[in-house]
Design a protein. Sequence first.
Length: 277
Amino acid sequence: MIIWLSSYPKSGNTYLRSFLSAYYYTNDGSFNSDLLKFIEQFPDKQFFQSFMKTKKEASEKWLPLQRKIVKSNKIKFLKTHSAYGSYDGSPFTSSEVTIGGIYIVRDPRNVVCSLMNHFSLSKKDALSMLLDENRGIKSKENNFATYTFLSSWSNHFKSWANIKSFKTKLIKYEDLQDNAEEIFKNTILFINNLINNGQGIDYQKFNKALDTTKFKILKKRENEGGFLEAMFSEEKGRKIPFFNLGFENNWKNNLSNEAVKEIEYRFEKEMKELNYL
């Protein structure tokens, strides 16, 4: 069965994924970037056996592909940026193949700033992406196997926050700055409860995973050896750092008053629910 690690892009998913890969896929909790291969992204072309010409063709295969993934009866972590629900009549996933999900959310004002860096977008285009209820993303090639339906930031959040068919856990990215230890402990317990393995926390492994996946450590690793998931900027002729500002990202230094007002107006209900307003 699948446990989803879900988020809108640039909300801390890779931070969570790094910690969980170190805890669940090593003997001692020491992280290295090769471990990320154990928590793959879905959808991605590696799961498709043929070229997907359209969004509809790709979306129709999401659930059948997940059925193949869970045939082994093993627990499978998958990362996704997909909104939960259906696209053009095809469900993204279902309780048939999913046992639970962990959703990490981030202040949309800081998400805009991070999108600008990661995708080399203007402020206007990053804001448009956040607000667009029909937005999807895919790799630059014409293969729609990587197509991910996002919708707007608020629709994305609501789609995962309101799931009734399987258990989900919500993590606020900002809380990880000062309370990562407690949040990750609760996350391990949530996962262990989902899979009914009766295990507590291996604190020696846990502490090592916590220490080796701190943001400054991940950033240092990228500076020294690069990071496979960093985006290449044709404009700058180089890869854009994936681990950029992290918790130091402050929308107050980057967004105009007009942009802030637009985000807060459009997402007022969800931002108040999350105590961002």
